[in-house]
Write a protein that binds this ligand. Structure first.
Ligand code: ADP
Ligand code: MG
Length: 447
């Protein structure tokens, strides 16, 4: 075991499966030694749902009226959503690239097969991590299991390669040969190498250069020329947000100015403000209501993804003769309370949820949703965090990455490009890898 652990760590460090720890020391990214077994039926189901979910979200993201209507009440007390809506209404963006990830959990013991359909946790539209680190994570398992015949069952994964191809197609569309990619970043980034891996591959394969800037730097160093975004003399064809999804990224008015400058330009954004807002928890709740999917998709496509929606409610909504809020107070173990935030660590569970629910005013309630707790079945797994291995009962969350391009009038491409598996100890509620909750993992297909 000891050698196997050291071998795995050496491989991770050699192949760039790395991150900074919270003290900004270099370490390997946390990983699981055992892949997550998935049946081919389930794997196919989530893979096949990728283009449908992405088509749905593109239609939602460009429906400004729907976004305004749906988020209006949350925006009353949520200043972050309010400001994003203002930008949306000023600059109704046209073309945008989507590098999304749709996350699922799996239940085993539901009574009807319908209930055992993979359940969507959420659709992430902005700043999706691990697009690069998933490849060294896959190579790590292929190495560890190189003498095991089961190695054949590991599901190949390299979403970065196709993300880079998608970015290159957007550059061709934009038609400015010397233009650069602007990666909008946070000042301090533990997951730096996941971003740089994509940057280096883009340069190597397509000769496209990347500029890394915070929104404040964009405000200070950027300008518009004939509608094009210019940063220090370079034209930007595509703005790829790896920040800007949390109020923490907008500490000063200048940060909002940077965002507004980008959105006022003709650069393609990944994502658009509309897509960012389409990823709000409130929108997910509304899309789960009867007839809503059909508003954006054909009846056939809507039917295909309907069963992946878990129960989601506004707090005052009536469910089985009670308000959802009352139900959550009575059975906290069955619910998750979610504000309109991304990036992990914002949801509330159990006692904390109950305490918080009791403090909310009627207006504040509109800024949250209650979601049915998806109860995945734990399986044992060896987790390796900062060189320490620990055997835990774990649950795994599987996300499907997609790359899609909407040119303002039609969807030019919409493809599934790979997956993310995050495995975490079953007694931990949250799911983020860099937030320290979960470990990178791979899929192993079983029949
Ligand atoms: P964020 O946008 O902050 O990542 P998510 O809605 O994705 O918020 O939730 C964060 C994590 O919390 C998920 O990765 C998952 O592990 C857990 N989680 C979220 N919703 C549920 C749910 N309905 N049932 C069980 N776990 C959940
Ligand atoms: Mg999320």
């Amino acid at each position: 075991m000891m050698n196997r652990l050291q071998d795995a760590i050496d491989f991770a460090l050699t192949n760039g499966l790395i991150k900074y720890n919270p003290q900004f020391k270099l370490t390997h990214a946390p990983f699981s030694l055992e892949p997550f077994s998935i049946t081919s039926d389930r794997l196919n189901a989530i893979r096949e749902s990728t283009p449908v979910f992405n088509e749905l979200m593109i239609h939602v993201g460009k429906d400004t009226d729907f976004l305004n209507e749906s988020l209006e009440k949350a925006a009353k007390t949520d200043g972050f959503i309010r400001r994003l809506l203002q930008i949306l209404n000023l600059h109704k963006g046209s073309h945008h690239l989507q590098i999304s990830r749709n996350d699922f959990l799996f239940t085993e013991d539901a009574e009807s097969p319908e209930d055992n359909f993979p359940k969507q946790v959420e659709f992430n539209t902005i700043s999706n991590s691990f697009i690069f680190l998933t490849k060294p994570a896959f190579l790590l398992h292929r190495y560890i299991y190189s003498e095991d015949p089961e190695v054949e069952r590991l599901v190949f994964n390299d979403p970065c390669e196709e993300a880079v191809d998608a970015i290159a197609e957007v550059f061709e569309y934009y038609g400015k040969p010397d233009a650069r990619l602007l990666m909008v970043i946070q000042q301090e980034e533990q997951n730096l190498f996941d971003q740089r891996g994509l940057e280096y591959r883009l340069l190597e394969k397509y000769g496209i250069h990347t500029v890394r800037k915070t929104m404040g730097e964009v405000a200070r160093q950027g300008s518009l020329k004939d509608g094009h975004l210019r940063i220090e003399g370079d034209t930007i064809a595509l703005v790829y947000y790896r920040a800007a999804y949390t109020p923490n990224d907008y500490r000063q008015e200048e940060d909002w100015k940077g965002r507004e400058l980008i959105e006022a330009s003709s650069a393609v954004t990944c994502p658009s403000v509309g897509m960012q807002l389409a990823g709000a928890k409130k929108i997910q709740e509304i899309l789960g209501k009867p007839g809503m999917l059909e508003r954006f998709l054909s009846a056939e496509k809507a039917a295909g993804i309907r069963s992946s929606f878990a129960g989601m409610y506004s707090l005052d909504e009536e469910v089985q003769g009670k308000t959802a809020l009352q139900l959550a107070l009575e059975s906290p173990q069955d619910f998750v309370l979610k504000p309109q935030r991304e990036g992990g660590g914002n949801n509330l569970y159990s006692k904390e949820m109950v305490e918080h629910l009791k403090t909310l005013t009627n207006d504040q309630k509109e800024a949250y949703i209650l979601m049915e707790r998806i109860k995945a079945t734990p399986t044992p797994s060896m987790l390796v965090v900062d060189t320490v291995a620990e055997n835990r009962d774990c649950i795994s969350e599987v996300g499907r990455y997609a790359a899609c391009f909407f040119d303002g009038s039609s969807i030019r491409f919409n493809r599934d490009i790979g997956y993310l598996v995050r495995t975490k100890a079953a007694d931990i509620d949250e799911g983020g890898v860099c937030a320290g909750y979960a470990c990178l993992n791979n899929l192993k297909v079983v029949w």
